[in-house]
Design a protein around this ligand. Structure first.
Ligand code: TXA
Ligand code: MG
Length: 328
């Protein structure tokens, strides 16, 4: 389809966008904060397309957009604090990081392999109509290329991403123009992970307590609670062409060497989208296999391979990645 991807948001174009999402395509849509680049959060290869669309992609976890609290419960464990905050601020610019519900079907790539998930119910009428029409959870980062500021008009999205999305739903300029506030309530105390369009004071007033402020290096000092990246505990060795006995092999492509005690192939056909969609589940499985080392075959450094290698390099250095820069 090489039609102009910007479409004024109407009931018909919203229906068409919902159909595109169901087919595994990506669609840009307005929210009250910024434009998002959305995919079906249940479809790993659709989510991989989001990362491919960003020029220098990194697998940061994405916010999953849902209509409200009722739907959120299918994907995350909703405790009292979550309920209180959602009732006070949803729909609106607050993203809640919660413990993921097991077996919810959310693709691993959405949460970057974490046990937590960020959920938000947007307030924008077009976003709400799209959610109602698709009835799918929509994973969506801001619709900018990595390192650029978030787009607040459909024209910004088009100039950043061109015809990469199947469609850009035009709902006019975003009212707030600033991303949602991200608060984690997955740990013992509520933590402000990203300041945003919902003021901290408002959240603290509703909670009746202060938010802990996440410092950029908190991922290192408070593992588990603030770490935003899943890291296997088994050491990684990269660019391995000949695995040793006892290695767990993370393979890629059709020419797989023998000799590893267990092998998982990210993509037999050498497809980087498929590899991205399989990456976190494969790391988890190899990590649990009891191998002494996870040996990783060379993965081409083009397209999504760059993000895959970025992620593997971080895991191999076993220095927890610093928190996602908010230009994600
Ligand atoms: O306003 C917004 O939030 C926009 C619109 C489109 O909804 N979205 C947005 O998404 O700004 P993105 O991907 O650009 O930023 C998501 C932020 C990142 O800082 C990411 O690290 C954090 O949310 N995040 C997502 N899931 C997380 C998780 N499980 N744990 C910790 N942080 C998480
Ligand atoms: Mg962003």
């Amino acid at each position: 389809m090489s039609t102009m991807p910007i479409m004024p948001a109407t009931p018909e174009s919203i229906r068409e966008a919902a159909r595109a999402l169901a087919r595994g395509e990506i669609v840009a849509f307005p929210t009250e904060t910024v434009y998002g680049l959305g995919a079906n959060a249940l479809d790993g290869s659709a989510v991989a397309k989001i990362f491919a669309a960003k020029e220098r992609p990194r697998f940061n976890p994405l916010i999953v957009h849902v209509p409200g609290l009722a739907e959120a419960g299918a994907f995350a464990v909703i405790g009292e604090t979550a309920r209180t905050l959602a009732e006070a601020f949803w729909p609106g610019p607050l993203s809640l990081v919660l413990n993921k519900r097991a077996g919810s079907g959310i693709a691993d790539l959405v949460t970057a392999g974490l046990e937590t998930i960020a959920l938000r119910a947007p307030a924008h009428a077009v976003a709400r109509a799209l959610l109602a029409e698709t009835r799918l959870p929509i994973a969506a980062p801001s619709a900018n290329r990595s390192g650029r500021v978030s787009p607040t008009t459909a024209a910004h999205v088009a100039s950043e991403l061109g015809e990469v999305p199947a469609m850009i739903l035009d709902g006019g300029p975003c009212k707030l123009g600033l991303e949602s506030t991200v608060v984690s309530i997955a740990g013992a105390v509520p933590v402000l992970l990203r300041p945003g369009a919902t003021p901290r004071e408002d959240i603290e007033r509703v909670l009746g307590q202060s938010l802990v402020l996440a410092k950029p290096d908190d991922a290192i000092t408070s593992p588990g609670q603030l770490a935003t990246h899943y890291a296997p505990s088994t050491p990684l060795r990269l660019n391995v062409r000949r695995p040793e006995i006892g290695d767990a092999l993370l393979a890629f492509g059709k020419d797989v060497p023998e000799g590893a005690r267990i092998t998982i192939n990210l993509s037999h056909v050498g497809d980087l989208h498929e590899a991205a969609a399989n990456l976190f589940a494969a790391l988890r499985e190899l990590d649990a296999s009891g191998a002494t080392t996870i040996a990783v075959m060379p993965i081409p450094d083009r397209g999504l391979g760059e993000a895959i290698n970025d992620r593997l390099n971080r895991a191999a250095c076993s220095v927890p990645a610093s928190r996602a820069s908010d230009r994600s």
